[in-house]
Design a protein around this ligand. Structure first.
Ligand code: ADP
Ligand code: MG
Length: 383
């Protein structure tokens, strides 16, 4: 059954009637630009075909209810403040809260969710969920929330209601990406540019390899990286590390006494430049040429930002040895997914090579697929 079929069926199972509409929002991979979002820098995600679908209908009694194929018993709540709804329902209560906090009156609805975005794999199932729910509430309520304001509302739900201190990347990708395009986003101004990203036309493919590595210490390590970046910016006297560019890097590193701060800063500054260089190449139609930038990004995450684990390093090394033009971990780190830029007829052989390398080392088997840039959050036409 399709994901929308599953969401519809879950709705009927939980609430006894039919949903009035379906809304879908995608997971994402970040082509390049890791941990740059909370440094006011640049990112370049594209939307995955995998998505979360919300089947939605008005609620008769002014409360909100939500269930999921993963948690079929509905969670019901009224107007709440952060902390009142806990567990996964907080993602939905958070969106309702954040809309109200931004001055909008979301309609009371019943929701059933289904998704094929892998959870906790660095592909942003949380933002897919928030974005599907947010878009449904906006459309059903006839709320006048401009597209460019929506990611920050979903982000506030995740930051302040759920309590996860994530940047603006995930929600921007899920809401603002377009099919066949990568989204070049300036995380300071929220300015975007759609960058044509038609790999098939160039005989290429992005292979996504989910390492299936168990996530460890993600929240603590993420918080520690943010803190190091803020500390470095404060020492350097700039609002954010975005304000240091590669020409000023050597001087900045000299002013940072601490070796850890130097490494973290070097990653952010060089990563921002790699995003700009990648965008320039893609604008020029030079797709294969972005490969070395992807690989350099990985090396920087491994050696300077220190957010990779053995499984993702092995996937990158194996993909490169199998002929990939470039490969890097994508997402916040400590597990998650790797993407590799390959000739489209080499995707399967590359996936097989990584699977063999994992088997040899006794790692859990990876899951791989070719990702084509899909559309952002929207209402689906048919039930
Ligand atoms: P990621 O966003 O990388 O997938 P997160 O830890 O940020 O990982 O978000 C995963 C969490 O989001 C899950 O643990 C769950 O609480 C919630 N979630 C995501 N999708 C669903 C879903 N379809 N049904 C219920 N909860 C979901
Ligand atoms: Mg998430």
């Amino acid at each position: 059954m399709s994901i929308s079929g599953k969401a519809s069926a879950a709705f009927t199972e939980a609430y006894g009637d039919e949903p009035t509409g379906l809304w879908a929002a995608p997971g994402r991979v970040n082509l390049i630009g890791e941990h740059t979002d909370y440094n006011d820098g640049f990112v370049l995600p594209f939307a995955l075909p995998q998505r979360t679908v919300a089947a939605v209908a008005p609620s008769p009694d002014g409360t909100w209810s939500v269930c999921s194929t993963l948690a079929p018993e509905p969670v019901t709540f009224g107007v709440t403040e952060p902390g009142e709804v806990t567990g996964w329902g907080a993602y939905v209560a958070g969106v309702v809260w954040a809309l109200r906090d931004a001055g909008f009156e979301p309609p009371a609805v019943r929701i059933a969710l289904a998704s094929d975005v892998p959870l906790g794999a660095g592909l942003s199932s949380s933002a897919a969920l928030e974005s599907a729910v947010l878009t449904a509430l906006i459309d059903l309520g006839g709320l006048d929330v401009p597209l460019e304001r929506r990611p920050a509302i979903a982000q506030r739900a995740e930051n302040l209601y759920v309590g996860a201190p994530t940047g603006i990347l995930d929600q921007s990708a899920s809401i603002r990406c377009e099919a066949g395009q990568a989204l070049f986003l300036d995380c300071r101004s929220y300015a975007i540019e759609q960058i044509p990203f038609d790999l098939a036309a160039a005989g290429l493919a992005i292979l996504v390899i989910n390492s299936n590595a168990p996530h460890q210490h993600v929240d603590g390590e993420y918080g520690a990286r943010r803190k190091s970046c803020e500390e470095s910016a404060a020492i350097l006297g700039v609002p954010a590390l975005r304000d240091i560019d590669v020409t000023g890097l050597a001087a900045a590193l000299e002013r940072l006494g601490d070796e850890v701060l130097r490494k973290r800063t070097r990653h952010i500054v060089t990563e921002n430049q790699r995003v700009l260089d990648t965008v320039a190449l893609l604008r020029a139609g030079s797709v294969r040429e972005i490969g070395p930038l992807l690989t350099a990004s990985h090396t920087s995450m491994r050696d300077d930002f220190e957010i990779t684990v053995a499984q993702v390093d092995v996937a990158v090394e194996t993909a490169l040895a199998a002929g990939a033009y470039g490969a890097r971990m994508t997402g916040g780190g400590f597990g998650g997914c790797v993407l590799a830029l390959v000739d489209d007829d080499r995707a399967e052989a590359t996936a097989d090579a990584v699977a063999s390398a994992y088997a040899e080392r006794g790692f859990d088997a990876p899951t791989s697929w070719v990702a084509v840039a899909g559309p952002g959050a929207a209402r689906l036409n048919r039930l």
